[in-house]
Design a binder for this molecule. Structure first.
Ligand SMILES: [Zn+2]
Length: 104
């Protein structure tokens, strides 16, 4: 099972950062569980999110009194529990090396 999530703006910088961190965090935790996702889709999704980050960082900051609710950008992605998801592909590689070593 695989799904791609995209959200359309408009976002200010705060809201865009909040959404990007949230979605990238989900990708880090959930994106590695099939071989095709592992080697292809998830790395591409993460690269795409990085590209989006540079676009979001250029957005204007929210102005005081701006209508609509502002999202809290929250903690940097690497300070979140989801960062542990970065270890999953390493675990895969270790597993495959182990299997290869055992088979030879
Ligand atoms: Zn906003």
């Amino acid at each position: 099972m695989m799904r791609f999530l995209t959200l359309k703006g408009p976002f200010c910088r705060n809201c865009g950062t909040a959404v990007r961190r949230d979605m990238t965090g989900k990708t880090l935790l959930q994106g590695w569980w099939s071989p095709v996702s592992l080697v292809l889709f998830t790395p591409l999704a993460l690269l795409w999110n990085l590209f989006i980050k540079f676009k979001i960082d250029k957005l204007p900051a929210p102005v005081p009194g701006q209508p609509g609710q502002q999202l809290d950008p929250g903690q940097s992605l690497l300070k979140r529990p989801a960062a542990i998801g970065l270890l999953i592909p390493l675990a895969w590689v270790a597993f495959m090396v182990f299997q290869a070593a055992r088979g030879s």
